[in-house]
Each structure stands twice: as C-alpha cells, then as structure tokens.
Design a protein around this ligand. Structure first.
Ligand code: ADP
Ligand code: MG
Length: 216
C-alpha cells in the first residue's frame, strides 16, 4: 500500500467529482481522468481493519472475482492517506449502469433482466462468491449486456459453492433494501426466484423459502 502525503492526495483529488459522501466526508470520488477513488475510514479504534483495511479487502476481492470470470472494477493502486485518516482504493470503473438505475428508467418489461440477475446470482453462488452487499445498487449492467459487481469490499470467496442456507441468507441482504423491493413488483420477484432456482438446481422447498424471503 502506497502512502500518500497531503500534497500528493490533493494533486490526485484536483478537479474530482464527489459521487458519494456521508456525514464523515467523501466516500467515492470520480477523478478528472475518469478513474474512481473509494475512501475507507476505520469505524472503530480497534478493528480488523487496522491490520486488514477495507481497501486491501476490496483489492483482493477484485482478483478473486477476476479469477472466476466475474466482471468488476480494475484496480490501479491502494493508498494509505494519513492526512485524512483514510485508506483508499483507486480503480478503473466497470462500464455500465447499476441495475437500480436501469430499473428506475425502464419503460418496457424487465422480466428478461430479472432472469439474467437470477442466473447471475446462481453463478456467483456456484463459484463460491458470497457478496454481503448484494443489492441492485451494487450490480452493474455493462454495455455488452453482462452483469458485474462494484462495491466489493464485503465478499467472501470460498473454494466450495455457497450452500442453500447461506444462499437464503444472501437474499435477505437484497430483501432488506427498501428501494430495491419497491422497484421489483411481485412478477419481477417471481422471475428472479424462478431463474435463480432453475440455474442453481435448488429444491422446491428452497424455492418456497426464497419466496418468503422476497415476500411473494
Ligand atoms: N466501478 C464503477 N462503475 C460505475 N459506477 C460506479 C463504480 N463504482 C462506483 N460507481 C458509482 O458510485 C456509486 C457508489 O459506489 P459504491 O462503490 O457502491 O459506494 P457506496 O459505498 O456508496 O455504496 C455507485 O452507485 C455508482 O453509481
Ligand atoms: Mg454501493
């Protein structure tokens, strides 16, 4: 991880656009060369982020996703920026739009997209990828009509595929997103469930349980 001085950070940040911020400051910056800088603060004084910062996890996860052929961002560098008490990951964005944005702007039927999302989540689980931040704001539809992931600090990748219990737990993350649940009517949720279960070969019992998780 490269240490940036206040001056180096200020140069990197010059002309940047703030994409996301919260009460603690900037979170995601679009730099003037169109690359992204995502900043992480340590939430507690003593935490695993001290030895294993979120920016490092983000970078390792980008490698694990690439090995599995899952589209995601391309890492440029990792920084420690003591002047603002942050670590940061610098990356080239994945081209495309979040599914949240695509669905908000959709004029026609989004069943096909739900089918694709169900198959995509099944593929993630088959490849052992458990994406804790699974919601429609973190899945991108690329110009090649592929799906990919952003915001990848919270992923665990195992050698074994994700079993049914954890898979259900993973869908809870999506169900907790109120904005996403409002975007998906019951027909779209059913399409998603059917596509996931068909692609993953899960049982009828699983399908019923998933229906409950997604309130259909
Ligand atoms: N790789 C990327 N490609 C395209 N847009 C991105 C990318 N990374 C971030 N963004 C944009 O920045 C926003 C916030 O990024 P994200 O990493 O999800 O941060 P947050 O922690 O705020 O959820 C996204 O909703 C998306 O619009
Ligand atoms: Mg996000």
């Amino acid at each position: 991880m490269r240490r940036l001085t206040e001056q180096e950070y200020s140069t990197l940040r010059d002309g940047a656009h703030v994409i996301e911020a919260d009460g603690f400051g900037d979170k995601v910056l679009l730099l003037n060369d169109c690359s992204f800088l995502k900043l992480f603060r340590r939430k507690r004084l003593l935490s695993s982020a001290l030895v294993f910062p979120y920016s490092t996890r983000f970078t390792l996860n980008a490698g694990l996703l690439a090995e599995r052929g899952i589209p995601s961002v391309t890492i440029i560098d990792n920084y420690r920026i003591p002047a603002i008490k942050r670590t940061a990951v610098h990356y080239q964005p994945l081209a495309g739009e979040t599914l949240r944005k695509v669905l908000k702007g959709a004029t026609g039927d989004s069943s096909g997209l739900m089918r694709q999302l169900g198959q995509f989540i099944a593929l993630l689980h088959e490849k052992g990828v458990y994406f804790r931040s699974l919601h429609l704001g973190n899945v991108l539809l690329t110009p090649d009509h592929e799906l990919g992931l952003i915001d990848i600090a919270d992923i665990s990748c195992g050698r074994l595929s994700v079993g049914p219990r954890r898979a259900l737990r993973n869908f809870h993350h999506l169900a907790r997103s109120k904005v996403d649940m409002e975007l998906l009517d019951s027909t779209l949720r059913k399409r998603l469930i059917e596509a996931y279960c068909e692609a993953s070969g899960r049982s009828d019992d699983f399908q019923a349980a998933l229906g409950k998780v997604l309130h259909v």
